[in-house]
Design a protein around this ligand. Structure first.
Ligand code: ZN
Length: 316
């Protein structure tokens, strides 16, 4: 079922900048502790290509693992490959010959590499941070853990359909990749569809998912004019199946309720030459959304909803 959401283009979310406190801490504190403090100081989000609105910081001093029900969840990859671009083309299936790139937002170790991920990269329209730490739930389940888990589940589901699946990162690199490289991986793979997985960091009470579509951009190395149409088709199908499979309502705080948002400030979209969307699966800083995002059973539904949207797009 195709999902026909309304058209709207809200102003880009506020992105808090890193302040002098971050720099002061960086000069004083070494190693992992530094990483954690920087993570806390920047609120787990910020510039780069984080489409989220993370402006609420964790009050927890610990980064905990996800609830340990993952091993019991069907569909989760039991031992994910450590090759970022690992792909194992299935022998058959309706998506045989199709290439899907999954971009798990952020990186579990970004918070240890503040200097590297703060490096500015060119996204065509302007320069912005290489990557960001992402947000977390108030209990410390990080967005980067979430995105990687959903990506693994999607990889399993899409391979079952015969697709060749590549990940932009698999927790196997020290940080990043930068947003320009994330786009380049999809382009060089000649992907038929790319989906970047995220979860938002907005205020409590803000709930629901939204899918971010590329706006028409033609500046510098960015030229999205050829992908705006097919990306909208992809995004509408992903949103439609996400609603159907998870039962989760579209965002109540961004857009006008249809779950679709168009953006021109994300390097991962601006630099893409293949159909691509982002999805913010929910708000990690809302307790009700966090209960979903930390549930392995719900993540399996989320992965299935997104994957079904991709399958629908690729099968036409
Ligand atoms: Zn994110």
């Amino acid at each position: 079922m195709s999902y026909a959401g309304p058209e709207f283009e809200p102003s880009p979310p506020r992105r808090p900048r890193r302040g002098p406190l971050t720099v002061a801490l960086a000069a004083l504190v070494p190693g992992a502790l530094l990483g954690w403090l920087v993570y806390e100081t920047v609120g787990g989000s910020g510039g780069g290509d984080d489409p989220g609105r993370a402006d609420v910081r964790s009050s927890s001093p610990t980064v905990s693992r996800a609830p340990s029900d993952d091993a019991k969840e069907p569909g989760a990859s039991p031992s994910p490959s450590k090759s970022a671009t690992a792909s194992a083309p299935a022998a058959s299936g309706p998506l045989k010959g199709k290439v899907v790139v999954i971009d798990p937002g952020h990186n579990p170790d970004n918070f240890r590499h503040a200097a590297e991920i703060n490096r500015q990269v060119d996204i065509g329209t302007h320069r912005k941070e290489c990557d960001t730490t992402g947000t977390s739930t108030n209990a410390g389940y990080t967005e980067a853990e979430f995105t990687l888990d959903v990506a693994h589940r999607m990889r399993t589901l899409l391979r079952e359909q015969g697709a060749t699946v590549k990940l932009t990162q698999d927790g196997d690199r020290p940080f990043g990749p930068c947003v320009d490289e994330r786009a380049r991986i999809g382009n060089e793979a000649k992907a038929d569809a790319v989906v970047s997985i995220h979860a938002d960091g907005s205020g409590a009470g803000n709930r629901g998912f939204h899918v971010i579509l590329p706006g028409s951009v033609h500046a510098g190395a960015a030229d999205t004019r050829a992908i705006v149409g097919p990306s909208r088709d992809l995004g509408e199908r992903v949103a439609g199946r996400f609603v159907a499979v998870t039962g989760t309502a579209p965002s109540n705080y961004i857009g006008d309720g249809g779950g679709l948002v168009t953006r021109k400030d994300l390097g991962g979209l601006n630099l893409s030459t293949v159909p691509k969307v982002f999805i913010e699966c929910g708000n990690m800083r809302d307790s009700k959304d966090a209960a979903l995002l930390t549930s392995g059973a719900w993540r399996q539904k989320a992965a299935r909803g997104i994957s079904e949207g991709i399958v629908g797009f690729l099968r036409g």
